[in-house]
Design a protein around this ligand. Structure first.
Ligand code: PRX
Length: 634
């Protein structure tokens, strides 16, 4: 595939073409892929009703493009490079030939147990090759994968399984994360108590810890794989057949099952992988995100494999067995691209620089950042100490909903600027909105970030809730997709993302809705009501601050114990990533006369800014503000 943009002129002319003649532009790119039947119409859309059809009636299978198509020229090339949690366990180099065999076999196993096109398959696995193979096997047979990050609790897994009525759960006995091991099968067992749609589980082995297997229900993957044939004809998929569901936090309690379809997602992730990373044949690409998040889906897996790349899967964490692990892995595998999150950069930057300097990082060519705004200090540390001033940093802005990167520098083409995601990629038309809901013209302005034209990998809907999709993204500014982010456009037209403008807080790069966490807190028997806000945190970017009203009869003598219990409660309901950093027990919450919590006041208090709360005259209970300020957590 060669649609690489390698000069500034090429970027400008491609961008112009993508805006002036979007259909011709994307059609030309789509021709680089293998289709079983060509599309009849490139694009049909309605921004008001949130309906998008790309490459209508085209037939394809994404695994043919991600695997089969490479076998002749790259069969012996490493597709997946697996680096285990334990540095003493040998890395695995899985070639395209081997990947093909494993995906085909697992596809046959899934078919053998009755999984068909359109069925939903929940995948709850650690970062082991079987996770990638499971995702691809679903895609091969047309089953819709729903990967749930293996750090989520049993209730969070259950909620996701129930929402899309998954027929099967693929999991493992357990998984490793640093010096911990997690009993995944046990978590799934707990989840399945409330999931009647699930007919079977398929279990891989990772830790070898003893697990309980229910006869006829829990199926051992290795036994079934031994007997499976290694050829499985790829299912013929329509461009608009769903490829996967991936859940993201919402501002109400229920997670949103974002639905991505096949053709447009393939065209866009392959195209952006190639350009944003300027990928070349011998490169070794390392995206540190878990496949449980969109970054893992689109760039660790699909985008990379669509380009025939070698992609690294790392099972561990940056601090295990020591803070040199990332740098050791880069040195060991001669990695050329590191794509990671600002949180990881900040947490490693605070450790001794000797961890970095004792490894040879000269293989690196391009560095990437994703998931949250990167602060200036972290940007410079990344540039100086990891890139040694010679690797362009691509600060890539996008979302689960967008499927692929929308705003990012193109390395060695776009001049980078610290903390700026810079310019829109071809096909992407950003707009900033002012408080009157009007697009803001010109440069040197800030506003709410919207997109005014569809790109091929835009999410098509929320699983079985199109109304919520419309309400969440297309109703604030009719005719536009609203991202939920604020942004600044500088004098030269470069974009800088300033952060969320809604009730979602990005903690360590994880997108957390405050509402579901509040729901979990409120379920604690001692709690009457709670409100959460984010506040700036040196390492995590943001952390959570909870203002909690206890019930009258709650014993407050042992507050520390209560704090522990509440965090434990959150861990069980959502996962440890959603735990609060600060908790303040308060007598009331600032509410408007209509009963809405005035969160901007709580945000200011959490940030330690008591200077100006603005107009609080509309509050039902203005006295409560002073009370909260006087009891603020340090
Ligand atoms: O607020 C933006 C932030 O992450 C949000 C999307 O989160 P999620 O769907 O989990 O996807 C993360 C990985 C693509 C966005 O609305 N975000 C993502 N990338 C950046 C960012 N904020 C600033 N700069 C970025 N590069």
């Amino acid at each position: 595939m060669d649609f690489t943009i390698s000069t500034q002129e090429a970027y400008l002319s491609n961008y112009r073409a993508s805006v002036e003649q979007p259909e011709q532009f994307w059609e030309e790119i789509a021709h680089h892929y293998s289709w079983m039947k060509p599309w009849e119409n490139v694009l049909d859309f309605d921004m008001k009703d949130a309906r998008f059809t790309w490459f209508q009636h085209g037939k394809l299978n994404i695994t043919v493009n991600a695997i089969d198509r490479h076998l002749e020229a790259r069969g012996k090339k490493t597709a997946l490079l697996f680096e285990p949690n334990d540095p003493n366990e040998e890395a695995q180099h899985i070639t395209y030939n081997e990947l093909s065999e494993r995906v085909n076999k697992l596809s046959n196993v899934l078919k053998g147990i009755g999984i068909q096109k359109g069925d939903r398959v929940c995948i709850y696995l650690p970062m082991i090759p079987e996770l990638a193979v499971s995702v691809l096997a679903c895609a091969r047979i047309g089953a819709i994968h729903s990967v749930v990050f293996a750090g989520f609790s049993s209730s969070a897994v259950a909620a996701r399984i129930q929402d899309s009525a998954c027929k099967i759960v693929i999991t493992s006995d357990g998984g490793y994360r640093g010096n911990k091991s997690i009993e995944l099968k046990k978590i799934v067992d707990e989840a399945l108590v409330n999931c009647p749609s699930v007919q079977n589980t398929l279990i891989f082995k990772r830790t070898g810890d003893p697990i309980e297997m229910k006869d006829g229900f829990d199926l051992d993957a290795s036994t079934l794989l031994k007997e499976a044939k290694d050829i499985c004809t790829p299912e013929i998929m329509d461009s608009e057949d769903p490829l996967f569901i991936l859940y993201t936090s919402g501002s109400t309690g229920k997670p949103k099952g974002m639905v991505h379809t096949t053709g447009g997602y393939m065209v866009y992730t392959g195209y952006t992988f190639k350009n944003v990373f300027q990928y070349q044949e011998e490169d070794i690409f390392w995206c540190t995100a878990d496949i449980g998040w969109i970054t893992g889906h689109s760039y660790l897996l699909y985008g990379a494999l669509l380009n025939g790349a070698t992609t690294v899967m790392f099972e561990g964490i940056p601090s295990y067995p020591d803070f040199g692990r990332f740098w050791k892995v880069i040195d060991k595998h001669k990695i050329t691209h590191l794509y990671t999150a600002p949180t990881a950069i900040r947490s490693l930057a605070k450790e001794s620089i000797d961890w970095v300097n004792s490894h040879d990082l000269s293989s690196l060519k391009i560095l990437g950042s994703v998931g949250e705004p990167i602060n200036e200090e972290a940007w410079h540390w990344y540039d100086t100490h990891i890139g040694k001033g010679k690797c362009p940093i691509v600060d890539t802005w996008w979302q689960t909903e967008t499927g692929g990167i929308l705003i990012s520098p193109i390395p060695n083409v776009t001049v980078t600027k610290p903390t700026y995601a810079t310019l829109p990629l071809p096909g992407v038309q950003p707009v900033l909105m002012n408080e009157q809901s009007q697009p803001i013209e010109g440069n040197g302005v800030t506003g709410n970030l919207c997109l005014q034209f569809p790109w091929p990998s835009i999410a098509r809907t929320i699983w079985e809730d199109h109304q919520r999709y419309k309400d969440t993204y297309f109703s604030t500014y009719p005719g536009y997709y609203f991202t939920g982010d604020g942004a600044l456009r500088d004098e030269t037209g470069y974009y800088r993302i300033t952060g969320r403008v809604d009730d979602i807080v990005i903690v360590s790069g994880h997108n957390l809705g405050t509402a579901p966490i509040e729901d979990a807190i409120n379920e604690h028997p001692a709690v009457a009501e709670s409100a959460l806000v984010g506040f700036p945190h040196d390492i995590k970017g943001n952390a959570l601050y909870g203002f909690i009203i206890l019930k009258d009869n709650a014993i407050q003598e042992n507050e520390d114990q209560l704090r522990k219990e509440i965090n434990q409660h959150i861990s069980e309901h959502i996962g440890p990533i959603a735990k609060l950093d600060k908790m303040q027990f308060v007598s009331g919450l600032p509410k408007t006369r209509s009963g809405k919590i005035m969160r901007r006041i709580l945000r200011k208090i959490a940030e330690g800014d008591f200077s100006n709360f603005g107009d609080i005259s509309t509050l039902l209970n203005p006295d409560v503000v002073e009370d909260i300020v006087s009891g603020k957590c340090s």
